[in-house]
Design a protein around this ligand. Structure first.
Ligand SMILES: Nc1nc2c(ncn2[C@@H]2O[C@H](COP(=O)(O)OP(=O)(O)OP(=O)(O)O)[C@@H](O)[C@H]2O)c(=O)[nH]1
Ligand SMILES: [Mg+2]
Length: 372
């Protein structure tokens, strides 16, 4: 039996969606009511140069905001910064005869912050060479060289950290990852960011395993004033819900559809298969979609996140990472490890549970935040 519809459910699809600045959300249940003989709404969205510009500008705008919002970046990484502050103290009193002891302690601080052994050794050995060859002559020069080498590691592969949303509306972003990493929360925060740029965003409750999952996303829909598509019954197929949501997005002129998915262990073959089905179903509705498959990685799991990311990437092709919970740990160095080891760019970092606590990743701002 169909569950009673919430009072704020509006008849669809004849009802226009709320304006961009509205705080009211609308729940669209799947399967939706039919269009009652009315001519189909926008069923095909012609690509135009204007649209291409819209998405390119959107990605750039969000990144530029990050640069200007340095205060927030700093506060988000306060624990990592506190943990690495020992490096400042070490370098303040550095002298050549003390080099080996100082570099040993610097190595330990980087390891504790999850820079990973490979990167840590690379950084420390290059500093040692430059110190002993006379290139670096003071503590502040050593610190600058340290920051430079981390920035080089983050930018070496020339990966684009802006969202790549293609040129067709709606752009579709799928959020994937293991259980409890912060997928739904990150999706909600991302919806908030996009909405604030005037983007018309539709949320899709593709986590059909847990009954509470769509309730959680509905709260985010209300918080951000976005519309949402949820399954009408429990255990609906995730791929059908997402495909219906993207259809709805296309028909009603949404700019971006954000697709939530269930948490799954990267070692669970059948659940990973389901993710492939979701991706295919979305691509059938809008060719080239999903434009972004963002994997959420829990920053507190440290370097254990690397095999997870490898597996998801092999199965669905991850286009970017969201590293969450970096506020709670002193391990911001894992950002550098994943970029270096996986060659997949970090696009956002989660630094809290609030609606504003998702920061677009910017390599330079990040390095300055952890080594002020
Ligand atoms: N401190 C902190 N907590 C976060 C962050 N992101 C998410 N969380 C918290 O982590 C917990 C799990 O977040 P969810 O968004 O439900 O995670 P999920 O990946 O959707 O979980 P499943 O759907 O069960 O797989 C919640 O308590 C969030 O508030 C973050 O950046 N910082
Ligand atoms: Mg979730």
């Amino acid at each position: 039996m169909a569950s009673p519809l919430p009072s704020r459910l509006l008849p669809l699809p004849s009802k226009p969606s709320p304006p961009a600045n509205s705080s009211a959300s609308t729940i669209l249940h799947f399967p939706p009511q039919r269009n009652c003989g009315a001519p189909p709404l926008i069923s095909r969205f012609k690509c135009s140069a204007g649209q291409t510009g819209f998405f390119t500008k959107l990605g750039r705008l969000i990144k530029e905001k990050a640069k200007s919002d340095v205060e927030k970046i700093f506060s988000g990484f306060s624990k990592t910064r506190d943990n690495l502050a020992v490096i400042d103290e070490l370098l303040l009193y550095w002298n050549l005869s003390d080099t080996d002891r100082v570099l040993d302690e610097l190595e330990e601080a980087l390891l504790v912050a999850d820079f990973g052994p490979k990167i840590t050794i690379k950084i420390v050995e290059s500093l040692r060479d430059d110190i002993y060859s006379g290139k670096l002559k003071s503590g502040s020069e050593i610190k600058d060289a340290l920051k430079r080498s981390i920035l080089n590691l983050l930018t070496a592969k020339g990966l684009k950290t802006e969202l790549q949303l293609g040129f067709r509306k709606p752009a579709v972003i799928m959020i994937v990852g293991v259980n409890g990493g912060g997928k739904t929360t990150s999706l909600g925060k991302l919806a908030n960011k996009l909405k604030k740029e005037g983007t018309k965003v539709l949320l899709a409750a593709g986590d059909t395993f847990r009954a509470a999952a769509s309730d959680q996303l509905e709260i985010w829909a209300e918080r951000t004033g976005c519309e949402i598509v949820v399954a009408e019954k429990e255990n609906a197929k995730a791929s059908s819900v997402l495909s219906q949501a993207v259809k709805r997005g296309r028909e009603q002129g949404f700019d971006v559809v954000l697709c939530d998915t269930s948490g799954r262990l990267h070692t669970n073959y059948s659940l990973m298969e389901e993710l492939i089905a979701c991706k295919k179903a979305i691509g059938k509705v809008v060719s080239g979609a999903p434009n972004e498959i963002l994997q959420v990685l829990d920053g507190t799991t440290g370097l254990n996140m690397l095999p997870q990311a490898r597996e998801f990437n092999d199965v669905v092709g991850v286009t970017g990472l969201i590293l969450t919970k970096l506020d709670g740990s002193a391990r911001g160095g894992c950002v550098v490890s994943v970029v270096d080891e996986l060659g997949i760019t970090v696009k956002f970092v989660g630094v809290g549970e609030g609606v504003e606590d998702l920061q677009p990743f910017d390599a330079e701002a990040f390095v300055n935040a952890i080594f002020p």
